[in-house]
Design a protein around this ligand. Structure first.
Ligand code: SF4
Length: 364
């Protein structure tokens, strides 16, 4: 991965709020403890200043569903990682500000190589993307030279560059089912999504990398069972990356939970299903994914009671995109995300092969 700040290439813009922005200690980044950018509240003065700077830069602000509510509310578009990258590819804006984690901004850059892509904090990594490195994938491929590599969209550009076809949680089953049955598959990095794909396709020639997202893995099967028992009438919206995903299938199969209540959904599909739940007069939905998703769900279906399976399932990397970080980003033109052209070209092919399968849905 290549990260550069753009103090040299983008003009700095004056902002009266910038002097208050500082790194605060106490949060964990991908390479150890690193402070978030803090010092500014996400109030109306801040929102006015963000809009002024955005216009001055001719920028578009994209925010992932797991971002802080004030970041989601100021964004031009909110959604899952792939949907946002596709919006980025079509925008007329000169600058794309990607409020998400680093691999997501890289994907936007891969699909929009001629645009300037900024992330408000380049330290915002991802434990799932970090669980399969370029070196590890190269070694794994060497052990299985005839295998095809299918990588979840939550991977670095370098890993995508070694991948035959990417997938999202919406289309992982379709992507794998569409590959020749006699071909070995290397599936990574998420073990829970890999188990879901193996179960759904019935293929026994899939090797699954033992990676996981620490946030989703923390939403456990026993916790899901307890919450489902406490709320016998609630539907269950479950992201396939969650540690409880296999348990949900098992509990439904055993009759402990009514299978009709269990919905395995990407984040984009959760929003569609929220509207369906509202139209059907459903009272309560338990949600197994990162808690930032609740803000979007409550927005599209305010009459439904959405509750987290695990209220502590907050991604510390997503929450590094603070109001202060976004202000700094727009004022200084930093941090810029770049991907080497040869890596970007190979990674783009893996993403485009996935889109050609159809139903890319959304990434995380
Ligand atoms: S919730 Fe997990 S998979 Fe998503 S960005 Fe955070 S660490 Fe990565």
């Amino acid at each position: 991965m290549t990260v550069t700040t753009t103090l040299q290439t983008l003009d700095e813009l004056d902002s009266p709020l910038l002097s208050a922005v500082h790194r605060a200690p106490g949060h964990v980044g991908p390479d150890g403890p690193v402070g978030r950018w803090e010092g500014i509240d996400g109030n109306e003065d801040w929102a006015d200043e963000i809009r002024r700077l955005k216009t001055a830069r001719n920028a578009v602000i994209l925010a992932h569903n797991y971002e802080l509510p004030e970041i989601q509310d100021i964004a031009d578009h909110t959604g899952d990682s792939l949907a946002l990258s596709r919006i980025a590819a079509e925008t007329d804006a000169d600058v794309i500000v990607f409020c998400g984690v680093h691999f997501m901004a890289e994907t936007a850059k891969i699909l929009s190589p001629d645009k300037t892509v900024l992330i408000p904090d380049a330290e915002a990594g991802c434990s799932l993307a970090d669980s399969l490195t370029e070196t590890e994938l190269a070694e794994w491929k060497a052990e299985h030279p005839d295998a095809l590599v299918v990588s979840y969209i939550n991977t670095t550009a370098a890993v995508k560059g070694l991948t035959d076809v990417c997938c999202t949680s919406s289309n992982a089953v379709d992507v794998v089912a569409g590959l020749p049955a006699d071909k070995e598959i290397l599936f990574g990095p998420d073990q829970f999504l890999g188990a879901h794909v193996r179960r759904e396709t019935g293929r026994d020639n899939i090797h699954v990398w033992a990676g996981e997202c620490h946030v989703h893995a923390g939403i456990s099967g026993p916790e899901l069972a307890r919450r489902a028992e406490e709320n016998p009438d609630a539907d269950l919206f479950i992201h396939p990356e969650c540690g409880c995903a296999n348990s949900a299938i098992y509990l439904a199969g055993e009759g402990v939970i009514d299978p009709e209540r269990v919905h395995m959904l990407s984040t984009g599909e959760m929003l569609t299903s929220a509207k369906v739940a509202s139209d059907a007069g459903r009272g309560k939905v338990l949600v197994a994914t990162e808690v930032g998703m609740l803000h979007q769900l409550r927005g599209v279906a305010p009459d439904v009671d959405f509750a987290p399976v695990n209220e502590r399932a907050a991604c510390p990397y997503m929450k590094m995109i603070t109001p202060a970080a976004l202000l700094r980003c727009l004022a200084l033109g930093a941090d810029e995300v770049d991907v080497a052209p040869d890596v970007a070209e190979k990674a783009r092919q893996a993403v485009e092969r996935m889109i050609a399968v159809g139903n890319p849905g959304g990434g995380e």
